[in-house]
Ligand binder design. Structure first.
Ligand code: ATP
Ligand code: MG
Length: 1063
């Protein structure tokens, strides 16, 4: 794909050229259709969104074609100026979601495609900004979608308006009033499965914040005749079926009802109790919930349903004629139910149903009724009860919707938005009193519409300073007058006939009518018609030429319906009712009031005139609903039916009035804002007045003089084609503008991004450099200070600790300790130790001790029990001999051995004699006789308790440790020693002189075993010892070159110990 830009007079257009060479302009895509229906190609397909833009605005065919195009595209809404035309789609369209509501909220009317929400929002904004009451008039024939539109508008307000707890309740009640009113006031008809059988005007009150705070409903002319009769294929009001279908068994039992609608005469006339599109059971649940939302308590609901049930029972009351032809009630059971449900005396009710009371000259005359009259009286009662209950219901809803603020005098009054959902123009095969009233109502609304539209049009021209161009239109006031004028109007004549004494009938009324209004151009009867038209008129009919077309009415029933009579005794019975609702509906004053009640037509006329007043005081918006086919089918566009509705809704008339002068008008600011890009002088901004800008713009666009007019604040364009040409140019221009804007924006965007990044990089760099520089400077400063302190400290190092030297001393201490840590002695024998500075000598000493202790301790922890024993012995040896005996140092490095003789080296006999005494140590020794000092080889054994001196298999001497008094040894390097033994008698052998090659080891073990460590005596020179019989011997020790042991001449034992090198 590549983009080509081609220039056309109004600007450039972008072409997208695909590889196949196919070329498409970017305009007119589907996307554009959705957002802007005025796009080039879309307009051909979906028509115009405002009928005023139809080139051929006088052509009905063009009008319908536009409707058709849009309908096919599911665009069901189209404007005629500010009037919304809506075609019932008969299917759910995805255009009522919350997002749609948001899209229309606060948006100017023309910015988005036509929608109900645009009308709702526009009215709401006018209400808020101008604080002017608004009304939305919704009209159209039965099934055209009026009620649906009303509900959707209410939903729109419920969702989009400001909320609070109290407002939520009101919103709920406003929404929930609908299902209740629909249950009691709507019914299935041939035209609509949910047809409203009453007119409804609902005021929604908004407070100064724009939140809905209350509401009020006015109801018009309920079709009461439906209670007692329905045409084939139609039903009675929904509530009857809902109650029978959905009501709990208990409730139905209390009301005396059966689930089957076929049981009730008032429900079988139309022969279609069940309808596929209606789910009575579900609807019943909805209604029950709604009743509680709008403040009905259980008792009120029960009273209300009692009345509904009583109407059904009333329908089943039957009569039979007695011999005199007078009616008698034959269904006592029904009377019983009725008496209970209506809270009246059964007998009184029975009598009232078959008698008639007339007051003549102050006297009451009671006369019996015949069968026909009794049935009439019964039906009249049913209608009256239902009709009045409906009005009561509306009042009750009104109470629950009432704006509480209105009661507080200080509060600002609320502004009001009215919604009128009223029956549209109706033309049937047979038209009766009801159609007459309904069509009269539509005449009035049309008149109001014309008056208000023309008025506003004229006002706009005036305020804009544009000369008013008279508009040709049909003013239907003449028809309204024909119906409502005093004395001469149809309603007056009808009332007169109703009130006239004598035999007034529907036909006499027709005659009177012919007489009075025969010359009226919009009135025709069989008698007044010419030959040709006469054929289409019955003798009991009259025809009115309504603004929307002709309608022929049959006068049959006019008088009865207008009188709406209920016999006095039935009224009396109802006044005595104990059902609070009935009691409220039938007031006793009615009975005493001498004045005749107003006829139905007059009541309707008066309520209409009040409605007109209400509507006139408000700013209206219109929704005209159209029904596309009679089959309630989606997608079917029945042109004949639609043409008919377009006609009688007066849509062409609407359009003509709207298009009489100019097709299009817009404020200068808005016009300039939209189209300024089409002229280089106004693009991109116009600095001057918008008025002048528009003048420049239209000149540039080549508008002709007759095509437009410049008002004070608006430009008026006469023909749609002028606007379309401008719109088309804009559409093309938009494409190129979009590209330019995109390119500029992208350039701007990326440049901004680049600049931003560059700026960020520089900032980061400078911060980083700054940080680095600061760190370096701080380090230098610190170094200088440290060196300075160090030098000073060095100078003062020998002073006591003070601020000058503390750093230095700390440093010295630190480095000494660190040095010490690295050079600690590795073991106990390692005597190295770093030299401490003078100030730490003492500490160093302490540390050294600690270190040594620590090493010793850990060494001790590590040594084995054997080694410990060895050491213990070595320590003892050290204590005994260190520095005292010359050959001690030689013994130090030699380990003490557990024993020098194994058991195999000791004679078994000796072992046997020792028995249990285990040998702890054994060593070969030399024993010197006491007398001759002869040397004899012996073994020395140490046991638990004794020392044994053994010769071969013979124990020569046993010395118990207790008897060992001491051990003597010389200080020289000889290995002789004497064991001193206590001699208690002469039999004992006495001290023993022994010699061991391992003298230190032998003596240590002996001293330890005998616990004689303290008794080891190291002698200088000589040692005395005692022999057996109390004699003494002496050993003299001298040192010489070599060891010599011999008996000296003096009888002493002379021992020459070799001199050791160490000495
Ligand atoms: N906007 C809509 N979208 C979908 N369906 C709709 C819409 N409007 C109306 N309908 C369908 O048309 C039916 C008839 O509409 P509604 O009851 O509003 O008609 P009405 O004009 O009030 O008639 P009546 O005068 O008999 O009361 C609805 O029940 C619904 O099925
Ligand atoms: Mg309706």
């Amino acid at each position: 794909m590549e983009l080509q830009i081609e220039y056309i007079p109004t600007g450039e257009i972008i072409r997208v050229v695909s590889q196949t060479g196919e070329c498409k302009t970017a305009a007119g895509s589907d996307g554009i259709r959705l957002t802007m229906e005025s796009a080039l190609t879309a307009r051909d397909r979906v028509g115009v969104q405002d009928f005023v833009l139809l080139e051929n605005f006088t052509s009905e065919a063009a009008f319908i074609e536009n409707l058709r195009k849009r309908f096919k595209e599911n665009l069901i809404y189209t404007y005629i100026g500010s009037v919304l035309v809506s075609v019932n789609p008969y299917k759910d369209l995805e255009i009522y979601s919350r997002q749609h509501m948001e899209r229309y909220r606060g948006v100017s009317f023309y910015e988005v495609s036509p929608h109900l929400y645009a009308i709702a929002d526009n009215s709401y904004r006018s209400l808020r900004i101008e604080r002017k009451d608004q009304c939305i008039l919704i009209s159209g024939e039965s099934g055209a979608g009026k009620t649906e539109a009303t509900k959707k508008i209410l939903q729109y307000y419920a969702v989009t308006c400001p909320a609070s707890d109290q407002v939520e309740t009101v919103k709920d009640r406003l929404l929930q009033s609908n299902p209740v009113l629909e249950a009691f006031g709507n019914a299935k008809t041939l035209r609509n499965d949910n047809s409203s059988r009453f007119g409804k005007y609902m005021d929604v009150q908004f407070d100064y914040k724009g939140a809905p705070v209350g509401g009020h409903i006015l109801n018009y002319l309920l079709e009461k005749s439906r209670v007692v009769h329905q045409n084939h294929g139609e039903r009675n009001f929904h509530i009857f079926y809902q109650l029978l279908e959905g009501g709990e068994d208990d409730l139905l039992r209390r009301l005396g009802l059966e689930k089957n609608p076929q049981q009730y005469h008032y429900l079988v006339k139309g022969q279609c109790a069940r309808v596929s599109s209606i789910n009575d059971k579900n609807d019943w649940k909805v209604v029950r919930r709604a009743l509680s939302v709008i403040n009905f308590n259980d008792n009120e609901v029960e009273d209300l349903l009692s009345i509904v049930a009583s109407v059904l029972h009333l329908g089943n009351v039957q009569f039979a004629a007695n011999e005199q032809g007078n009616a008698q009630v034959t269904t006592e059971n029904q009377i019983k139910y009725l008496a209970r449900l209506l809270g009246v005396e059964g007998s009184v009710l029975r009598e009232a149903l078959i008698h008639k009371t007339i007051i003549a000259k102050g006297e009451e005359l009671v006369s019996p009724l015949n069968l026909e009259q009794a049935a009439y009286a019964r039906d009249a009662l049913a209608k009256a009860v239902y009709g009045r209950t409906f009005s009561w219901l509306v009042n009750k809803i009104n109470k629950s919707l009432a704006y509480k603020g209105a009661e507080c005098p200080g509060w600002r009054s609320a502004t009001v938005l009215g919604l009128l959902d009223i029956y549209g123009f109706e033309v049937f095969q047979h038209n009766s009193f009801e159609q007459f009233c309904i069509n009269y109502c539509n005449e009035k609304l049309q008149q109001l519409f014309i008056e208000l539209t023309l008025k506003s049009e004229q006002e706009e021209y005036e305020s804009e300073g544009i000369a008013w161009e008279p508009v040709q239109y049909f003013n239907n006031k003449i028809i309204c007058d024909l119906v409502e004028e005093k004395f001469k109007g149809i309603i007056s004549i009808l009332d007169e006939e109703c009130l006239r004494p004598g035999d007034a009938t529907d036909m006499t009324f027709l005659e009177k009518l012919e007489e009075t209004v025969k010359n009226h151009p919009h009135f025709l009867t069989h008698k007044l018609a010419d030959q040709k038209t006469r054929k289409s008129l019955g003798r009991e009919e009259f025809r009115l030429l309504h603004y929307a077309g002709e309608v022929t009415y049959s006068v049959t029933g006019f008088l009865d319906k207008n009188n709406d009579l209920l016999f006095r005794n039935l009224k009396e019975t109802m006044c005595s009712s104990e059902n609070p609702i009935i009691n409220n509906c039938f007031e006793r004053t009615e009975l005493t009031d001498k004045k005749r009640p107003e006829t139905a037509a007059t009541q309707f006329k008066n309520s209409l005139s009040k409605l007109m007043e209400i509507l006139m005081s408000k700013e209206p918006s219109y929704i005209r609903c159209i029904k596309p086919n009679d089959a309630k089918q989606a997608g079917r566009f029945d042109e004949v039916l639609i043409r008919h509705q377009v006609k009688y809704l007066g849509l062409m008339e609407n359009l003509r009035v709207r298009r009489a002068g100019f097709a299009y008008r817009r404020k200068y600011e808005i016009f300039l804002q939209r189209y300024k890009s089409l002229c280089s002088e106004t693009w991109p901004t116009w600095e001057g007045r918008p008025h002048d800008g528009v003048a420049v713009l239209v000149k540039h666009l080549g508008y002709k003089q007759e095509e437009y007019k410049m008002g004070r604040t608006k430009i008026f364009i006469r023909f749609p084609k002028t606007l379309f040409a401008t719109e088309d140019a804009l559409e093309i221009r938009k494409q190129s503008l979009a590209t330019k804007i995109q390119a500029t924006w992208r350039g701007f965007y990326w440049r901004q991004k680049f600049l931003h990044m560059k700026h960020s990089a520089i900032t980061i760099q400078s911060w980083w450099r700054g940080t680095q520089g600061r760190r370096k400077a701080a380090k230098k400063k610190w170094a200088v200070e440290t060196i300075r302190r160090f030098i000073k400290g060095f100078i003062y190092r020998n002073y006591p600790r003070c601020s000058e030297n503390e750093y230095f001393l700390d440093y010295i201490r630190y480095s000494f300790l660190m040095n010490l840590k690295r050079n600690l002695p590795k073991n106990v024998l390692d005597k190295s130790w770093p030299t401490p500075p003078p100030s730490l000598c003492e500490v160093s000493q302490l540390l050294r001790q600690l270190c040594m202790q620590n090493m010793v301790w850990s060494y001790c922890k590590r040594i084995s029990p054997e080694w410990k024993q060895q050491l213990d012995q070595k320590v003892v040896a050290s204590e005994m001999f260190k520095g005292k005996k010359d050959n001690y140092p030689q013994s130090v490095p030699r380990l003490f051995i557990n024993t020098r003789l194994g058991t195999e080296e000791i004679n078994p006999k000796v072992l046997q004699v020792l028995g249990n005494e285990t040998i702890k140590y054994a060593v070969p020794v030399v024993k010197y006789d006491r007398k001759g000092y002869k040397a004899r080889v012996r073994q020395l054994l140490l046991t638990q308790n004794s020392i044994f001196i053994v010769e071969e298999a013979k124990i020569k001497q046993r010395i118990d440790y207790a008897n060992l008094t001491g051990i003597s040894v010389s200080s020289l390097s000889d290995s002789l020693f004497v064991l001193h033994v206590r001699c208690e008698d002469n039999k004992q052998k006495g001290d023993v002189v022994l010699q061991s090659d391992h003298v230190i080891e032998t003596l240590t073990k002996t001293a330890m075993s005998a616990d004689r460590i303290e008794n080891v005596n190291v002698s200088q020179g000589s040692i005395k010892f005692t022999t057996g019989q109390g004699k003494e011997g002496i050993i003299d020790f001298t040192s010489g070159s070599e060891l010599l042991i011999a008996k000296a001449k003096n009888g002493h034992l002379a021992v020459v110990a070799p001199r050791l090198n160490s000495r």
